[in-house]
Design a protein around this ligand. Structure first.
Ligand code: CA
Length: 496
């Protein structure tokens, strides 16, 4: 089977100029040629900041850039028509297109309501610090700009379990709403903060059966409107896993489609919690390997003090490779973002070799590594920063090696804290396949590795171009491979 690669086709600071959908449509054919097979697009619906919203602050999930709401018709990324066109262009180019689904919360309510709440302790959400009292809350969504088109469902406080703003006193805190569907928060698996149901804005109440039915109807409408191939699910750590079981089963059953799905359960230091979620969702979805991304971050900061033999310790790809989506960076971990945990640039080609050239995992490339980016924002230190992210020159070579070379048996040489390597022996299905990868986080290194006798006598070169010497594989199928300091070399057969 051919190796597949996903691309996250956006970053947090992509300009809010309405160009992203067109940009993707223009790039689709080139991306396929580079070795990309699937693309994760950002949320397509209108967010509470209109054309400035990334979409993770969902306002109206039926407004894909069609209605004059929140100060604009289009979204940050373009219009409804451009969105639908770009999915068609992606599919025509042979790409699978995954859409981003944000159903944990909504923001930008049209009207206030008087609701009864209890205030909770932020780091222990199961503890109430008040008796029930009334506040005015932004919980009524009527979508006047859409005026009932596609759905006349209106959201009120019965559809939400919590808010963070008391409009009566203008205070910000976490308030648990008393509605008819349940007392307190919904059970979610993650025990961080006592209960992590509440993340932000108006938290959706999935115990309300009308909400679940409406979201299934919306899923049908969205698929029939846009014709995508799969989903990326936002903030699932803050949602009852039962909801997505029901939602995915409904859509998969109704349309007889696989709808490949990857969920964002962001727990970089708690693999157990991720595995519990996978069990609770009965393997219906893959999960981003946040623990692996955290290991890459740590390795990039510790330089030669990091033991490379431990790079896959406590990662999802190590224990459940078939459900792991591996990544180096995303729109939340990039510099100045909420979960900032940026892998230093010297280590990024190494990290990409680790996710692209091994058997395990479904790798996802981050937008800036292919396109670069420059932006300004206030960091966690409260200061303004200007960031320039360079694209990785060698990423295209790594994508080529994944598509054409990284096949066959894998032999690991994780035997030196500062120098690890592996080989893929190649197979008959992919002519010229077979690759040897060597990584150093210290000085220049060499390692003798077995590539298989099928390669005896062949000349190998470093596809990364870091090592200029050529090597000849000996009669036993081995060679002493070379890597330069703090880099990765990717050895494949020399081609004319
Ligand atoms: Ca929630």
């Amino acid at each position: 089977m051919e190796n597949y690669t996903m691309l996250q086709f956006f970053e947090w600071y992509y300009p809010a100029d309405g160009s992203l959908w067109k940009h993707f449509a223009n790039e689709a054919t080139r991306l396929k040629k580079l070795g990309i097979d699937s693309v994760w697009l950002p949320p397509a619906h209108k967010g509470m900041e209109g054309d400035q919203s990334t979409g993770y602050d969902a306002y109206d999930i039926y407004d894909l850039g069609e209605f004059d709401q929140k100060g604009s018709v289009r979204t940050k990324y373009g219009t409804r028509e451009e969105f639908i066109n770009c999915i068609s262009a992606g599919k025509e180019a042979g790409l699978k297109v995954y859409v981003d689904i944000v159903l944990n919360h909504m923001g930008g309510a049209d009207e206030k309501e008087t609701v009864t709440v209890k205030q909770v302790i932020p780091d222990n959400r199961n503890e109430f610090m008040s008796e029930p009292f009334e506040i005015e809350a932004y919980t009524k969504f009527t979508f006047p700009g859409r005026a009932g088109r596609y759905s006349d469902f209106q959201w009120d406080y019965q559809c939400f379990s919590g808010v963070d703003y008391n409009a009566t006193t203008k205070e910000t805190a976490i308030y648990s709403i008393q509605n008819q569907y349940g007392e307190g928060w919904q059970d979610v698996l993650d025990l961080e903060n006592g209960n992590y149901d509440y993340l932000m804005l108006s938290d959706i109440e999935f115990r309300n059966p009308h909400v679940r039915e409406e979201l299934k109807r919306w899923g049908e409408w969205f698929y029939e409107t846009a014709g995508f191939n799969g989903f990326r699910l936002d903030a699932i750590k803050h949602m009852d896993p039962e909801f997505f079981n029901e939602w995915l089963d409904h859509l998969r059953g109704k349309y007889g489609q696989e709808f490949y799905t990857v969920g964002e359960y962001w727990s970089p230091y708690d693999l157990e919690s991720i595995l519990n979620y996978i069990e609770a969702t009965g393997r219906r979805m893959s999960i981003f390997d946040a623990p692996l991304q955290a290991n890459f971050f740590k390795a990039s900061k510790e330089h030669s003090d990091f033991n490379l033999c431990n790079i896959f310790d406590n990662t999802l790809v190590n224990v459940l490779p078939e459900l792991a989506v591996t990544l180096v960076e995303n729109h939340d971990t990039q510099p100045l973002q909420s979960l900032e945990q940026t892998v230093d640039s010297w280590f990024r080609p190494i990290a990409y070799a680790l996710i692209l050239l091994r058997e395990a995992g479904y790798p996802c490339i981050f937008y800036t590594d292919l396109y670069g980016s420059t932006y300004k924002d206030t960091g966690n230190d409260g200061k303004e920063h200007e960031i320039t992210l360079e694209k990785i020159d060698k990423l295209e070579a790594l994508l080529y090696a994944r598509k054409h070379l990284a096949y066959g048996n894998q032999n690991d040489y994780f035997d030196d804290p500062n120098c690890i390597g592996w080989t893929r022996e190649g197979n008959d299905e992919f002519e010229g396949s077979g690759v040897a990868v060597l990584i150093s986080n210290a000085d220049d290194q060499t390692k003798t590795m077995q590539l298989g006798t099928r390669h005896a006598g062949k000349t190998f070169v470093d596809y990364m171009g870091n090592v200029t010497e050529e090597l000849v594989i000996d009669e036993n199928g081995q060679a002493e491979f070379i890597v330069r300091e703090k880099s990765v070399s990717v050895w494949g057969e020399k081609r004319n």
